[in-house]
Write a protein that binds this ligand. Structure first.
Ligand code: MD3
Ligand code: FE
Length: 204
């Protein structure tokens, strides 16, 4: 069943347990090539509590100089690994967008990590949807409207759940309030991984 969350399309249980395990195995190979790094806030350099890496032609990074997409890992200097095939299939089947994803941001939430309310607007193509997939520990996701300070709704994102952010929800404020540590044993070492598949540049 698809539910509406702040105008976003919420698809609980999109991936079953075996599809989740197969995806984690593919991700481990990608992470071996492109290790998690800890982004820092523009200007202040304050480290994020979330660790990140990327797959695909472009990857999102953040440091003292700002947020941006770039073709190579900020620490190793190597190109990002390819987006795993099951994720390309998922985009084809649920995103409803003619062009393939260019970036897969991989967010790792170990104990205590969170993500404050923000908008995603570093992509030149804001008309394309973002597809989010959650793996591992459940998390309390918060989503509001397109102005800061408005009403918000919370929904628990569990392992295998997907959310499609399209239309007005594409510019909604959103964040992760907390992760329910120990609610899943999927991720080696524990925690939660969120994958977001994105278009970055306009396709036409
Ligand atoms: C709403 N990730 O990577 S996923 C992010 O769980 C991000 O790691 C969170 O916010 C996470 O930017 C939330 C759900 C999500 C992802 C992208 C969105 C919601 C969104 C883009 C626009 C609006
Ligand atoms: Fe976001």
């Amino acid at each position: 069943t698809a539910l509406e969350v702040g105008g976003a399309r919420y698809l609980p249980g999109l991936l079953d347990a075996s599809a989740q395990a197969a995806l984690v195995a593919e991700l481990q190979a990608a992470i071996a090539e492109a290790p998690f790094f800890r982004p820092r806030m523009p200007r202040t350099g304050k480290p994020f509590s979330v660790e990140m890496t990327n797959c695909g032609p472009l990857g999102w990074v953040s440091d003292e100089t700002g947020y941006r997409y770039q073709p190579c890992h900020p620490v190793t200097g190597r190109p990002w690994p390819a987006i795993p095939a099951p994720l390309m299939d998922l985009w084809k089947n649920v995103a409803g967008w003619p062009a393939p994803p260019q970036a897969c941001l991989v967010n790792l939430y170990r104990a205590g990590a969170r993500m404050g309310l923000h908008q995603d607007r570093d992509e030149a193509d804001l008309g394309a949807p973002v597809l989010s997939l959650s793996l591992g520990d459940s998390a309390v996701f918060r989503i509001g409207g397109t102005t800061r300070g408005g009403p918000t709704r919370s929904v628990t994102l569990a392992s295998g759940d997907a959310v499609v952010l399209e239309g007005a929800s594409r510019l909604a404020f959103h964040g992760i309030d907390r992760v329910l540590a120990g609610s899943s044993r999927l991720i080696p070492g524990g925690g939660r991984i969120n994958l977001t598949l994105r278009r970055v540049t306009p396709s036409a």
